[in-house]
Design a protein around this ligand. Structure first.
Ligand SMILES: *[C@@H]1O[C@H](CO)[C@@H](O)[C@H](O)[C@H]1NC(C)=O
Ligand SMILES: *[C@@H]1O[C@H](CO)[C@@H](O)[C@H](O)[C@H]1NC(C)=O
Ligand SMILES: *[C@@H]1O[C@H](CO)[C@@H](O)[C@H](O)[C@H]1NC(C)=O
Ligand SMILES: *[C@@H]1O[C@H](CO)[C@@H](O)[C@H](O)[C@H]1NC(C)=O
Ligand SMILES: *[C@@H]1O[C@H](CO)[C@@H](O)[C@H](O)[C@H]1NC(C)=O
Ligand SMILES: *[C@@H]1O[C@H](CO)[C@@H](O)[C@H](O)[C@H]1NC(C)=O
Ligand SMILES: *[C@@H]1O[C@H](CO)[C@@H](O)[C@H](O)[C@H]1NC(C)=O
Ligand SMILES: *[C@@H]1O[C@H](CO)[C@@H](O)[C@H](O)[C@H]1NC(C)=O
Length: 370
């Protein structure tokens, strides 16, 4: 039963945050395509195994580079993924707007490679061998329509500079990025999604993210931060910092984040003594993940919080004051899902008054005494 409930909860939770990730810009050249709504990600990234490339080649009257597949229904897309390519194919047609190059062996980008096309909207370079030293900084200079640049799982050591100003999503997860080039982000006023998880960032300096005024999702999981980085853009709604070894949370760690809704601090080695009591005093907060830490008490959270994940800590006590400063007709916790399983307390330890505070709870997960 417990397992079943967990599964349901995980689904709910994934869906909830995913719905916030889905970006309004669903322009696939006007073609109705299959959208993976759970991931907020168009599942158009590869044609492999879904359509017969020979059929396109035989039926498509338009030019198509030999190393690519060009679907007839989506004439602006070029699928050149998973071919072992060492370079971007030559003679890309002018019509190219969506260029899929993931899963190749591309290690460098020179500015002449994209010189003949100017309407690029998506450039997908995940799972290649890109190195920062081999990137010509000017390569994307003229791509004023470029909205999505994906280069996850490469060997980049810094965030490229001279990115086009219209960029909406920049995905650079799982590289070896330890620094952000000065001014890399200064013109990116439309950037809403920035993925940098799985890199080697230790700090964010004052100018690093200056200019990203529209950022909604910032993923910094699995980096080398030892405290909550300063100088993050205050527009952020989803901030993911799980899998960093954080020494603690100061009471001003999140001051000024008036839009922060989803905060993930799973597996950060956090201890209750290192968490200042007012740190989560953020009325915008909807979901807080503190699971797999070393907390011994439940931190004070705002009454507006709806999802709190505290599983796999060392919590021994349950004090209603963590959730409610006072209990009255209008003052109660809006908590819907509370996970306390895998701690050192049991259901029998919940004080009798918890139901007056956690009045709208839908699921509470807590071990029963055995
Ligand atoms: C990728 O390129 C390297 C040399 O640049 C080569 O040794 C390797 O075999 C290539 N891998 C594939 C899958 O083509
Ligand atoms: C760009 O176009 C010119 C003239 O058609 C051609 O010679 C050149 O090879 C093209 N470059 C690329 C990278 O396709
Ligand atoms: C960008 O456009 C300018 C002006 O047309 C041109 O001089 C420059 O070479 C172009 N850069 C790239 C990387 O294609
Ligand atoms: C940013 O988005 C706005 C609104 O969609 C648009 O008008 C503007 O041109 C975009 N900026 C750039 C540099 O593309
Ligand atoms: C975090 O670390 C755990 C344990 O090492 C690992 O299983 C998990 O994949 C990591 N998750 C992320 C998002 O980094
Ligand atoms: C943060 O905590 C320190 C003591 O730990 C206190 O002096 C300071 O006033 C607090 N700041 C805020 C904004 O609560
Ligand atoms: C929480 O923050 C609000 C304003 O954001 C402030 O008025 C209130 O005093 C804070 N609560 C505590 C207990 O510090
Ligand atoms: C709960 O916490 C409040 C404030 O920290 C404290 O005064 C009270 O004694 C605690 N109650 C229990 C049962 O520990």
């Amino acid at each position: 039963m417990a397992l079943l409930r967990c599964a349901v909860m995980v689904l709910l939770c994934v869906f909830h945050s995913a719905s916030a990730t889905v970006v309004a810009a669903m322009d696939y050249g006007g073609v109705p395509l299959w959208i993976n709504r759970l991931l907020g990600e168009p599942s158009v990234l590869s044609l492999q195994g879904r359509m017969d490339p020979a059929w396109f080649r035989a039926n498509n009257p338009q030019a198509c580079p030999q190393q690519c597949d060009c679907p007839i229904q989506w004439t602006t897309a070029l699928y050149c993924d998973h071919r072992g390519l060492a370079d971007i194919p030559d003679n890309l047609p002018d019509r190219t707007q969506y260029l899929f190059l993931q899963g190749n062996n591309i290690s460098s980008l020179s500015s002449s490679m994209l010189a003949n096309i100017t309407g690029l909207r998506w450039l997908i370079l995940d799972h290649n061998q890109l190195q920062s030293d081999n990137l010509d900084q000017a390569v994307l200079q003229n791509q004023t329509q470029l909205y999505y640049l994906f280069a996850n799982h490469n060997h980049l050591s810094s965030v490229p500079s001279e990115l086009p100003a219209g960029l909406k999503q920049l995905r650079l997860a799982y590289n070896q990025i330890s620094s952000i080039s000065p001014g890399a982000f200064q013109n990116l006023h439309n950037l809403t999604v920035l993925l940098l998880q799985g890199n080697r960032l230790q700090t964010i300096t004052k100018g690093d993210l200056k200019g990203v005024v529209s950022l909604n999702l910032l993923d910094l999981r699995e980096n080398l931060f030892s405290s909550i980085p300063r100088h993050l853009p205050p527009s952020v709604q989803q901030l993911y910092l799980s899998n960093n070894s954080l020494s603690g949370l100061d009471n001003d760690s999140f001051v000024g984040f008036f839009n922060l809704k989803y905060l993930r601090l799973r597996r950060c080695g956090l201890q209750s003594s290192g968490i200042q009591p007012q740190v989560f005093n953020l009325s915008s907060l909807v979901e807080l993940d503190l699971s797999y830490n070393k907390l011994t008490t439940i931190p004070t959270v705002p009454t507006t919080l709806q999802y709190l994940y505290l599983e796999a800590n060392e919590i021994q006590e349950f004090n209603v004051t963590s959730f409610c400063r006072e209990v009255g007709p209008l003052s109660y916790s809006r908590m819907k899902i509370l996970r306390l399983d895998g701690n050192k307390m049991s259901y029998e330890q919940l004080p009798s008054d918890w139901v007056f505070c956690l009045r709208v709870i839908e699921h509470i997960y807590v071990s029963t005494q055995n």
